[in-house]
Design a protein around this ligand. Structure first.
Ligand SMILES: NC(=O)C1=CN([C@@H]2O[C@H](COP(=O)(O)OP(=O)(O)OC[C@H]3O[C@@H](n4cnc5c(N)ncnc54)[C@H](OP(=O)(O)O)[C@@H]3O)[C@@H](O)[C@H]2O)C=CC1
Ligand SMILES: N[C@@H](CC(=O)OP(=O)(O)O)C(=O)O
Length: 365
């Protein structure tokens, strides 16, 4: 077995950071050695710094790690750094890491729209990581040191949305119009401070700041194609794809549900049975590459009329699989369906870990 790569986590005490700790404990490819968080946590043992909220116990291996401040010098021995930093602080910290030659996989929104930064949902568009290979090749040819780089993970609701779209577009051609109404879990709002119980209990909050714009924009980058020179992604134009999102916060702990409807450009549209079969048959590249965390079944098509449900279905394929149910014809567009994805696994930390496994398999770290 190859030696494990050394890994660090920024924002290790937060909602996404805690999920990274769980997913990286006992990982065959990565040894988690360095944890970073705010100055409030730095200097404390992880067990004292983190307000642990996961239903799995904190891994013993993390308990006694002393939390560092988020300066790249503390992470200089890391082959890869995963970031679950609060977006308010992620920008300059992640930039400093990249300038120090470190490979960063970020959950924060700050660099997702940069032209030369891949925005990757690993079960959907791992080929966009070729942008990184191109950067590494260019540096090598110029006789430069291996550069640092950043890969961004998408917004969590966007990750669930694009998962079923990918095989549908590959099989039936482009989508013309897409609408989604989300029901998003409270863990998506993070832990500092998080959504107060009094706001969300017995309630639905029909607003999540910035979320709708992110979903509408990021979908067009993730479903876009790599440029011929592999330096950037060509975004889908508004004429190529119209997307409309409405986002709501609901009193669910983990798992974002989305009610989506879509219309294909090509006529005649496929049948409901063809759509379901296409989703069932989809095998993501990461699974074909035998990546450790890749879901065996990328998309679970559920036939029961009252599924998917967050509590019952969010952990399919350890949270790396996406569930789709209630696939049916839509009298306005072509089809509608309900999509469920685990927001801190395939929507955040799990995607980060799977991206790192793909980078490792392709020799980029
Ligand atoms: N939760 C989710 O489902 C998803 C979240 N994201 C994104 O991931 C990122 C993390 O989100 P989430 O885990 O929910 O947020 P949390 O609020 O739960 O965690 C934020 C983390 O950032 C750290 N932090 C805060 N201020 C600073 C600072 N000044 N310097 C260094 N570290 C700091 C916190 O440390 P401390 O505990 O010491 O304050 C904590 O570890 C965000 O950018 C978010 O938008 C993306 C997709 C999904
Ligand atoms: N906004 C998402 C989580 C999140 O932080 O997304 P982003 O990384 O795109 O800001 C939610 O509330 O569920």
């Amino acid at each position: 077995m190859a030696a494990q790569k050394v890994a660090g986590v920024l924002g290790a005490t937060g909602s996404v950071g805690q999920r990274f700790i769980l997913l990286l404990a006992d990982h065959p490819d990565f040894e988690l050695r360095v944890l970073g968080a705010s100055p409030r946590s730095a200097g404390k043992k992880y067990v004292d710094a983190a307000n642990w909220k996961q239903t799995d116990l904190m891994p013993k291996s993390a308990e006694n790690i002393i939390v560092s401040d988020c300066s790249s010098a503390n992470f200089k021995d890391c082959d890869i750094v995963f970031s679950g930093l609060d977006a308010e602080y992620a920008g300059p910290i992640e930039k400093e890491f990249v300038e120090a030659g470190i490979a960063v996989i970020s959950n924060a929104k700050n660099y997702r729209r940069e032209e030369d930064v891949p925005l990757v949902v690993p079960i959907v568009n791992p080929e966009h990581l070729d942008i990184i290979q191109q950067k590494l090749d260019t540096a090598k040819q110029a006789g430069k040191q291996r550069p640092g780089f950043i890969v961004c993970i998408s917004n969590c609701s966007t990750a669930g949305l694009v998962a079923p779209l990918k095989p549908l577009v590959d099989t039936f051609g482009p989508i013309d119009t897409l609408t989604t109404t989300t029901l998003q879990a409270i863990s998506g709002a993070g832990f500092s401070p998080g959504v107060p119980g009094i706001d969300v209990l017995d309630n639905i909050i029909p607003y999540i700041g910035g979320e709708e714009d992110k979903m509408e924009w990021e979908t067009k980058k993730i479903l876009g194609s790599l440029s011929a020179d592999k330096s950037h992604v060509e975004l889908l134009s508004p004429e190529e794809l119209k997307v409309s999102a409405q986002c709501n916060r609901v009193a669910v702990s983990d798992g974002h549900t989305e009610c989506i409807a879509l219309k294909f450009k090509n006529r005649p549209a496929p049948s409901v049975e063809q759509v379901k079969q296409c989703l069932r048959d989809y095998v993501c590249d990461a699974y074909k590459m035998k990546c450790h965390s890749a879901p065996e079944q990328t998309i679970h098509v559920l036939e029961q009329s009252d599924r998917p449900q967050p509590r019952l279905d969010r952990n399919r394929d350890r949270g790396y699989g996406v569930s789709v149910g209630r696939v049916r014809e839509d009298p306005v567009l072509d089809f509608k369906m309900v999509v469920l994805s685990h927001n801190t696994i395939i929507g955040a930390a799990g995607s980060g870990v799977l991206i790192a496994e793909i980078l490792l398999a392709k020799g980029m770290i």
